[in-house]
Design a protein around this ligand. Structure first.
Ligand code: ATP
Ligand code: MG
Length: 421
């Protein structure tokens, strides 16, 4: 026997039993994005490594240690670890980011990070997200945050997530804040994790985002971003809070919240789950990134967006027992003899043509075995067609969940469709 092969570590196969929920999440997400006026964009999974080095930043964990990067005949390429940089690259390349241009786009797709795999932390995972380019107004931060709030509500997760927001200030506010952080953490350098000692030199902001408990204790008393906001960033942040309050979107301000990617300015936010996710509790996160377009070679363009993790959304839906509509058959047609089977075949063909989910046996199994299959798969109705039914042109529809009967349903595609819809 030849040895069986397995999927690459941290990468999952998904089957119908998982994917009914996946399709539900993706469908609700698409509807929500469209409702807010975002149009879809699809970009390649493979990008130039330089895009993320420049866009996300060399000192971020993603670029520093998580990318699947390789040489492709002399050019450095990688599997995308996130999609904001790729989307901005695509919009720039297509010439869509000119003076006063504005664009609202959304995406869903696979991202790749070489992380230590665990539940909710995969090496191939899937994000849904959106980006609004060309909007400096705090109302767009509010719109993006509200979109995520609406999406989580439509997925049945309202009340199970907490919205946390903060402002990181503008690029001009960063040096003074960075210096305050370095001063503070330098006093406690011996107590920092190895990673954070490195961050102290490269990117002190990232220490606040550390998952190491030693760093987290120190971070609690660190200088607060909010004490270093310039006047414009302060007014902007106040307006975001007022907007969320007007729309009754509950939030808390956490001045310790920072994001792992270097491109964020001003507003940052996270939706954190309260149940069932353990350490992987952030289901969606985002913020404003007014400097990124310029960093990638475009003209200065303000922007705001977010990304959510589909795996984590689904884990949370399971934890709080939200069920997605299932795709079980609506009807099983069972032919008793050759005439009955021929009618079943014709009816199934017509009903499926109308998009109804209909099961019909092609293996010639007995009626009992077929009914057992129908029961096990959660089929809603069964109809048995034998000699009597063929001659009467009518049959009984049986609802399998409670055994109730709809008698005398005529053996026509339209009559059956009307009865089972
Ligand atoms: P974390 O702090 O959990 O590592 P992150 O800050 O790296 O998250 P982002 O880059 O902001 O995450 O990505 C946005 C969302 O994508 C996260 O909130 C999470 O839901 C999801 N996500 C990120 N990395 C993974 C992963 N390896 N596996 C599954 N989902 C992920
Ligand atoms: Mg991460």
């Amino acid at each position: 026997m030849v040895e069986l092969l397995s999927a690459v570590k941290g990468m999952d196969d998904l089957f119908e039993s998982d994917l009914a929920t996946w399709r539900h999440v993706e469908h609700i997400a698409q509807q929500t994005f469209l409702a807010y006026g975002f149009g879809e964009v699809r970009t390649p999974i493979l990008e130039d490594t330089a895009l993320f080095v420049r866009g996300v930043g060399e000192t971020s964990d993603i670029v520093h240690k998580e990318m699947f990067a390789f040489d492709d005949m002399g050019s450095a390429v990688c599997l995308r670890p996130e999609n904001t940089a790729g989307v901005v690259r695509a919009l720039l390349q297509a010439g869509k980011v000119f003076a006063d241009a504005y664009e609202k786009v959304f995406y869903t797709g696979a991202m790749f990070r070489r992380e230590q795999p665990q539940a909710g932390r995969r090496r191939q995972f899937h994000q849904l997200g959106c980006e609004a380019l060309g909007y400096a107004e705090p109302a767009m931060d509010v719109e993006v945050i509200t979109l995520v709030h609406t999406l989580l509500g439509r997925l049945g997760l309202a009340g199970h997530v907490k919205l946390v927001i903060n402002s990181l200030g503008d690029a001009a506010d960063r040096p003074a804040y960075g210096k305050a952080l370095v001063d503070y953490f330098s006093q406690h350098e011996a107590k920092l994790s190895d990673d954070s000692r490195r961050r102290l030199r490269d990117n002190p902001l990232r220490i606040l985002d550390s998952k190491d408990p030693r760093d987290q204790v120190l971070a609690r008393s660190a200088p607060r971003t909010l004490d270093f906001l310039g006047a414009d960033a302060r007014i902007h942040f106040d307006a975001v809070q007022a907007g969320l309050t007007r729309l009754a979107v509950p939030f808390v301000v956490d001045s310790q919240l920072v994001r792992g990617l270097e491109y964020y300015t001003r507003t940052v936010f996270e939706f954190v789950g309260e149940a069932g996710l353990g350490a992987q509790s952030t289901v969606a996160a985002g913020g404003r990134y007014d400097g990124l377009v310029e960093t990638l070679g475009g003209r200065p363009t303000p922007a705001v967006g977010f990304a959510g993790g589909i795996e984590r959304l689904i884990m949370m839906m399971k934890a709080v027992q939200v069920t997605a509509p299932s795709a079980h058959p609506q009807l099983m047609l069972i032919g008793v003899d050759d005439d009955g089977k021929a009618i079943c075949e014709r009816l199934a063909h017509g009903l499926r043509g109308q998009g109804l989910r209909v099961a019909v046996d092609v293996r010639g199994r007995g009626m009992k075995a077929q009914l057992k299959t129908a029961d096990k798969s959660g089929t809603t109705f069964a109809m048995i067609i034998g000699g009597n039914e063929v001659s009467a042109g009518k049959a009984v529809l049986k609802r399998l969940s409670d055994g109730s009967l709809i008698p005398e349903v005529s053996l026509s595609i339209d009559a059956i469709a009307a009865a089972i819809r």
